[in-house]
Design a protein around this ligand. Sequence first.
Ligand code: F0G
Length: 434
Amino acid sequence: MKTLAADPLVRTHALRCVLCGAVQREAGRLFRCSECNELLEVIYPEWEAAAGNAGEFKKLWQDRRLSTAPQDASGVWRYRELLPQVSAEHIVSLGEGNTPLFQLKRPAQALGLNHLLAKHLGMNPTGSFKDSGMSAAISMARAGGFSFVGCASTGNTSASVAAYAAHAGMKSVVFLPAGHVSAGKLAQALEYGAVVLQLRRDFDGCLKLLQEVVEIFPVYLLNSVNPYRLEGQKTVAFEIAEQMKWSVPDHVILPGGNLANCSALGKGFLELHHLGLISRVPKISVIQAEGANPLVRTMRENGGRQLIPVNAETRATAIRIGNPASWRKAVAVLKATAGTCEQVSEAEIATAKSELGADGIGCEPASAASLAGLKKLVASGFVKPADSVVLVLTGHMLKDADYILKAQGERFAEPMDADARGIIKRLEQLYAGN
Ligand code: F0G
C-alpha cells in the first residue's frame, strides 16, 4: 500500500493581517496585527510548493475513521494535515465534530427544493459548533504553556470553553451579558466549573472588557478573534465535502453573530478548492436577526466597506451581537464565494424553528435563522429549485428550552386527573380527521 509522507504539506504556519496583509509569527495576547491592529488569519506558506500531495488526503482521512486514537477520532484533528501542527500530547479533544448531515425532506418539499440537507453542529459534545474551534484553540493554549483561559460569550462559547478547560485541567473564566444567556448554557458553564461573571453589559461590552483584562492578566483569549478557533471550525467544511463524497453543495447557509463561523466555513471550502480537493466552492450566505443585523446593513448600505454597528436585540440570544469582530473576514467570504446576507424577523425564526422541530431535527433559535433565511432566498430567486443546499444548524434544541416552552405554551395542558377512557377520548379529539 502506498504510504503518505509524514507531513506532506509541512504545517508550519504564519499569521496574516486581514486588512494590511502584514505577516507575523507571534500571535500576541490579543491576536491582532502588530502594524494596524486588525484581526489575523492563519496561513500555511509551504502549501504552495507541496499542494500536489493533497489528493492522497481523502483516503488518509477516511482510513482514520477506523482508528480509535483520540486525534483520529476527533472530527477536527482527523484533518490535521490542514491545521497548525500540535503534538499529540497537547491535543485537547472531547471527540468533537463527526456531526450528522440530515435530509430535510418536509422543509424541502414545502420550498420546492430537490436537495436540502442540515449539518447539525448541535450534536457536538457541548451541544454547539463551538467545540471544533475550541479543541483547536485550547490545544494551542496548552502547547503555549497556558493554564488559564477565558472568553466573553452569549452562552455557547462559554459552555465550550468551560468544558474543554476542565478536560485539559485548566482554569477558566467566562464573561456573560447578565439576563441574556439561556439557562441551559449558563448551567453548562457552572457545571464544568468555570468562574462565571454575569456583567451588566451586552456581548460586545463583555468582549471589550475581557480584552482589557487579557492585556494585563495572563488569561488566554478564546473568543473567535483568536484565529486558531477558526482553524478548528473550518473543518466543518471538510466534513460536509467528505459527507457529500467531495461534490460540494451549491449553497451553504448559516446564522451570523460575531461572524467567525461563516468566515471559518468559507476559509475551509476555499482551502479545499485551492488544494484541488473540490472543483468549486459553495455560495456561503449569512442570516441575521432583524434586530441584530450589522452585516446586512453594512452590505446594503456601503457594500461591505465599513461596519455599521447596531444596538442588538433578538430573542435568538446566541446572535444578539451588534458590533461583530470578524466582519471583515465575513465580507471577504461573501465576496469570494458569491454568497449573500439576509435578515429575518423574530416571528420568521420562531416558525422555522418549530418546523425543524416538527421534522424531528430541532435546534436552538439562532440556528433556525438559517431555514428562515433560506425561505427568503428561495422567494428572491437567489436559491433555485434545482440547487443543492446545506443549512448549518449551530446549536442543540435543548440549549434554550425556555424559548420552546413559551412558543409552545398553548399546548401545555394543565395537570389533569384522568383514566384510560378520558385519555383515549382526548386523543380521538386531537386526531379527529387524521
Ligand atoms: N449560532 C449559535 C448557536 C451561536 O451560539 C452563535 C454564536 C452563532 C450562531 C453565531 O456564530 O458568532 O461565529 O457568527 N455564539 C457566540 C457565543 C457569540 O458566545 O456563544 P458567529
